[in-house]
Structures are given as structure tokens and as C-alpha cells.
Write a new protein. Structure first.
Length: 275
């Protein structure tokens, strides 16, 4: 029996090693290139730096307009979108679950079905609309078109809210709790991991957005991915500088995921209704 289990474990271990190499290989190449001198990279290509240098990061951070300003703009947009999209998604999901109305199922199906359409097909109509009201090239155009809840967030929260036994919510309402109290004191504590996922996905999606910020705002209010794209065009032969900018752009989403994951799974202080 042990002879049969050992090959399976070795096979699973080999598969994990291969998957890890595929995932971590490009990241390690990006980081090592970011700490490599341009002359060494031009001579040897991707490899361990000898010696390690931070001159690429110093060159990027020396001018605030190159990467610092776009990072601050993107951070503001990501914070606004994560907050507004999460709030509207929570409210919409609660209405669909606890306050159904005639045609609510059809409306939910249509709204979730719109998630199947590629977002790029909406960029041209959005551009025309916001150009007519004079918002193209402004900070507002970066988040106003996407301020409402995304279909993905509503679908995720609807499924999560449905997992709460309706008897708990009905008992709270019989005790005189309003819908706001039920949502704040019962639904949200019990579905905190799902809400955290919605916050993280909304923030990371805004952070990694490129096409719409490039089209609608351009160099007036560049986001981080637009700045890196411009950096690659400006320094096409200096890949060490490009990889340094990419490395800096990867850090905030990783930190956000680590912080949210750390606090997400802590037991809620008040996860049940108290009169």
C-alpha cells in the first residue's frame, strides 16, 4: 500500500514544483532584472545581478511625475471604486434577497448576464457620452463610469447572502430590527470574507486598469499602468528601468491582499443578533 502512495506523492510534488516554477519564474526574472545594471543586462540578459543595485528605482523615484504621481492617482481611484462598488453591491444584493419585487429575478439575470460582455465594447459609447459633457481628460472620468456595483460583485454577494438561514433574519425583524440593523449587525458580520473579496477585487481591478485610463484621461491624470506603458515606450531599450517600475506596481496589490487576508478571517465580534 505504501509503495502505491509514494509514487502519487512524488507525482503531486513534481506537479507543484512545475506549477510553482511557471508562476514564480516570471516574477523572479522581473525582480532580478529590476536590480540589475543596464550594462550587465545588455551583456548577459536575465540573471542574478552582480552586484545588486537600486539605481533603477532611484531613477524612477527621482522625478515624481514619472511614477509617484500616477501611483497616487491610481491609489485614489482604487480607493473610491472599492468603497463605492462594495457599498452599492451590498445594498443591491440585500434588496434582491430580502426585498424582492416583481421582475427582480429577471433584472438580476440581465444584470449578471451583462458581465459576459467584454468591457471594451462599452468604451466607445462611454467615451462619446463623457466627451459631450466635457469630462474627458479629467480625474472624474477615471471612476464615474464604473462607480456602480459590478455584476460580479452582486452575484458573489447574492450567493453569500443566500447562505444565511432566513430564520435568523426573520427572527431579527420580528424583534423589531430594521433592514439597516439586520444588514449591519447580522448579514455583514456573517459574510465578511465575501465582502472582503469584493473590496480586494474592485481595488486590484482599478489598480491594474490600463485601456480606459489611457483612452479617457491619458497623460493628464495617468494611472500606474499607463505610466509604465509610457515608460516602456520612452525607455524601450532599458528593460531594467521598465522592470523596476513593474516591480513597484506589483507591491501595493500584494500588500493589500496580505492585509485583507490577515483581518478577514478573524471571528467577528458581533456575528449574531442581540436585542
Amino acid at each position: 500500500m505504501r509503495r502505491r502512495i509514494l509514487p502519487r506523492r512524488l507525482g503531486s510534488l513534481a506537479l507543484l514544483v512545475i506549477v510553482g516554477a511557471v508562476v514564480l519564474g516570471p516574477l523572479s526574472a522581473m525582480v532580478t532584472t529590476a536590480f540589475t545594471r543596464p550594462t550587465q543586462f545588455a551583456a548577459q540578459g536575465i540573471g542574478l545581478p552582480a552586484p545588486w543595485t537600486s539605481e533603477n528605482f532611484a531613477a524612477l523615484l527621482s522625478d515624481p511625475d514619472v511614477l509617484i504621481r500616477p501611483a497616487l492617482i491610481t491609489l485614489a481611484v482604487a480607493g473610491i471604486l472599492a468603497t463605492v462598488q462594495t457599498v452599492t453591491a451590498v445594498l443591491a444584493a440585500y434588496v434582491f434577497i430580502r426585498l424582492p419585487f416583481r421582475g427582480s429575478r429577471v433584472l438580476l439575470a440581465l444584470y449578471v448576464g451583462s458581465y459576459l460582455a467584454p468591457p471594451v465594447v462599452t468604451f466607445l459609447p462611454l467615451y462619446v457620452v463623457f466627451a459631450r459633457v466635457g469630462l474627458i481628460g479629467t480625474f472624474w472620468v477615471l471612476f464615474v463610469p464604473f462607480a456602480l456595483a459590478s455584476p460580479y460583485a452582486i452575484l458573489l454577494l447574492v450567493q453569500s447572502f443566500r447562505s444565511i438561514p432566513s430564520e435568523i433574519l426573520d427572527a431579527a425583524e420580528l424583534d423589531g430590527a430594521s433592514h439597516g440593523s439586520v444588514l449591519r449587525r447580522i448579514v455583514l458580520p456573517l459574510t465578511l470574507p465575501t465582502v472582503g473579496i469584493v473590496v480586494l477585487v474592485s481595488a486590484v481591478s482599478a489598480w491594474n486598469s490600463y485601456l480606459w485610463p489611457r483612452l479617457a484621461s491619458g497623460v493628464a491624470f495617468p494611472q500606474i499602468q499607463v505610466a509604465i506603458g509610457a515608460l516602456q515606450s520612452q525607455y524601450d531599450s532599458n528593460w531594467t528601468l521598465v522592470m523596476a517600475g513593474t516591480t513597484l506596481a506589483v507591491v501595493p496589490p500584494l500588500l493589500a491582499a496580505a492585509v485583507i487576508q490577515r483581518h478577514l478571517w478573524r471571528p467577528a465580534e458581533s456575528s449574531a443578533w442581540t436585542a
